[in-house]
Design a protein around this ligand. Structure first.
Ligand SMILES: Nc1ncnc2c1ncn2[C@@H]1O[C@H](COP(=O)(O)OP(=O)(O)OP(=O)(O)O)[C@@H](O)[C@H]1O
Length: 607
């Protein structure tokens, strides 16, 4: 398909597609970082690695001695000396050496492939387990697509380096060193004439490498953007279709796709530049061999056997250099990827586990003391908030959108740390409670419940992985979700896809209640759904709520004021400030913000 370069320039309506750029990491070639990458081979330093190294050594040494057998021994000693029986032995020895080298190579490839796969597995495991522990603010700043690129593409691109690159590098160094030593021992002046080209090669490659590395980074940045867009497009496909935005979406996709294509072109072109440089040097070396070699031969400084061995070695000499060029490219690609991988690995959770943190048996008391919080320096999301809930109490948070209700909930679970003041559970600062202990005893039910792909049974069990099937069904029954689940094609074993698209909003809500009930938390945080559900479902949900909240401390972020009439305390927030507190009757008598909120909702429903 032809590539439309013009779609690169976004038209005005395409400005809605904005993805925060992944940062370009500009650092010189970093040996420390390469060493850090190679530490992933350490677990195999006593098993696969030495085996592969021995195989490499065997095959390299054999390759180095074969030209000596053919040139010096066969031509000078056997043929030159008329010793034809020795010639037979030399030919047989060469054949045996080739067979050994063949098997050594087969084993080397097998072991290195295994090693490469292990390293990639370990690296991806390490990266994912690290990313999973990072705090919310890390995910706030990045699109899911760009994170996927690092865990998939960047890690994959290191595969070549570990399966072929490292061992080729070793093999080529040994080979080059061996060839140079042999060439010098055969004829120092001829050797100097041939290897003189090396410094020129080194100079050119140093110039090229910076450009190549930047080009590969460029590829990763474009891939990251492509992934972000794809991820968002698929997640939001229903909205895109509802607003018939497919064409604009496609136009943007074309643009990003073209950019990615361009970046690849650029990087591969720069890569391809390296090879001709090596080939040119090869040609120059051959010319030197022919001209200077013939001269030395005619003056009797070297024998026929020496000249033949030289020709063999010269052919072999450019081979590792050319391959070193390839390995070098792999190193550059690896460098670009590992920079991006280590950047994630070096990212510290914003809510680190305190060394002296304790596990608690939670009762459910919550205290906010003069809490202040800001997502960014520009504005505070919460300012001087003090609230208190005793175990078993229901505390409702109300206020206009953006007033800070969800932020309060996030601070209780310690997804973020307060910038000033303290958040305490059972009188202990949340920073001094083990995260695992804190979060397993708090359940959060979000407005937009996340349903994972799998069965309904497994989705409910997410609340407590150790629960038996009977316990799952019991929780669903208590919540009143058993009815609709039993009516589904495979009951509890019905498969739901990611995000639970086959379920209605009310059903998803009930499922998340069952999940929370199964977790049996001491504190429950409920971001009440705003989705309009029919009266019958709403009544079912209200009933389910009563079961869920019984005996637990509850923080309800309430949108429908009818649901919080019963709350022990109602906290009214506005732009991050606490404006009113009290129960429904007290706040109605006060005739402040809450009173007006209730009145406007009442009027809206009347209308
Ligand atoms: N991750 C974030 N990064 C930066 N700012 C944020 C983030 N989350 C929320 N905010 C801002 O913090 C303020 C409080 O947001 P919060 O989500 O707590 O409001 P809310 O009262 O729960 O709103 P709603 O009723 O709409 O859910 C808002 O101004 C919001 O724009």
């Amino acid at each position: 398909m032809a590539i439309n370069k013009s779609s690169n320039a976004p038209s005005k309506h395409l400005q809605r597609f904005y993805y925060s750029q992944d940062e370009i990491i500009e650092k010189p070639f970093n040996w420390k970082q390469m060493l850090r990458l190679f530490t992933y081979m350490k677990p195999y330093s006593k098993s696969l690695l030495p085996k592969a190294i021995i195989a490499v050594l065997i095959s390299t040494i054999i390759r180095l001695i074969i030209p000596l057998f053919t040139g010096v021994l066969a031509i000078d000693y056997a043929i030159g000396g008329g010793n034809y029986s020795a010639l037979m032995w030399i030919v047989a020895a060469v054949a045996v050496l080739y067979i050994i080298a063949y098997f050594a190579n087969v084993l080397r490839m097998r072991w290195m492939n295994r090693l490469g796969q292990h390293v990639i597995y370990d690296l991806r495991h390490h990266l994912f387990s690290h990313v999973e522990r990072l705090s919310h603010n890390f995910f706030d700043k990045r699109s899911a697509g760009s994170i996927l690129v690092r865990i998939l593409n960047d890690v994959n691109s290191l595969q070549d380096l570990f399966t072929n690159g490292v061992i080729n590098l070793m093999m080529d160094f040994i080979m080059l060193l061996g060839i140079v030593i042999i060439l010098f021992s055969l004829s120092p002046e001829f050797a100097i004439a041939v290897v003189i080209i090396l410094p020129i090669m080194f100079f050119v490659s140093t110039k090229l490498r910076r450009n190549i590395r930047r080009a590969w980074q460029g590829v990763r940045l474009k891939q990251s953007k492509l992934n972000s867009h794809l991820n968002e497009s698929i997640q939001g496909i229903r909205v895109t279709q509802a607003y018939t935005q497919e064409k604009q979406n496609m136009e943007f996709f074309e643009g990003v796709n073209t950019e990615t294509y361009g970046a690849w072109q650029n990087a591969t072109q720069k890569n391809a530049f390296f090879r001709p440089v090596v080939e040119m040097s090869n040609a120059v070396g051959t010319v030197i061999l022919i001209v200077y070699g013939t001269y030395l031969y005619s003056t009797g400084s070297i024998s026929t056997g020496d000249l033949v061995s030289f020709a063999f070695f010269l052919g072999m000499f450019w081979e590792p250099i050319s391959r070193l060029g390839q390995v070098y490219n792999q190193l550059l690609v690896g460098m670009a990827s590992s920079e991006r991988i280590f950047e994630f690995l070096d990212e510290k959770p914003n809510v680190p586990e305190n060394e002296h943190a304790v596990a608690i048996d939670m009762k459910g008391r919550i205290d906010f003391e003069n809490v202040e919080f800001a997502y960014d320096e520009k504005r505070k999301a919460l300012d001087n908030i003090s609230i208190h809930a005793t175990p078993g109490e229901t505390l409702a948070l109300v206020g206009h959108t953006g007033s800070g209700k969800t932020t309060i909930a996030s601070l209780i679970s310690r997804f973020y740390d307060a910038t000033a003041g303290s958040v305490k559970i059972d009188g202990i600062d949340v920073k001094d409670i083990e995260l695992q202990s804190l979060r397993t005893q708090i359940s959060i039910v979000l407005q937009d419940t996340f349903i994972f792909s799998g069965t309904i049974m497994e989705n409910i069990r997410f609340g407590n992985p150790n629960a038996s099937d009977d316990e799952v069904i019991d929780a669903a029954k208590k919540i009143g979700a058993d009815g609709f689940i039993s009516r589904m094609a495979d009951g509890y074993h019905t498969e739901v896809e990611e995000r639970g698209n086959i379920l209605s909003a009310g059903e998803r809500q009930l499922l998340s209640f069952a999940r929370a009930l199964l977790a049996n938390p001491r504190i429950i945080i409920l971001d009440e759904a705003t989705a309009s559900i029919d009266t019958e479902t709403e009544m079912r949900i209200q009933e389910a709520l009563k079961t869920l909240l019984k005996g637990r401390t509850a923080i309800i972020i309430a949108h429908r004021l009818s649901t919080i009439r019963e709350a022990d305390q109602i906290i009214v927030l506005d732009h991050g400030h606490l404006m009113e507190r009290g129960n429904h009757d007290a706040l109605m008598t006060h005739r402040g913000i809450y009173f007006n909120l209730v009145r406007s909702q009442f009027q809206a429903s009347e209308a």
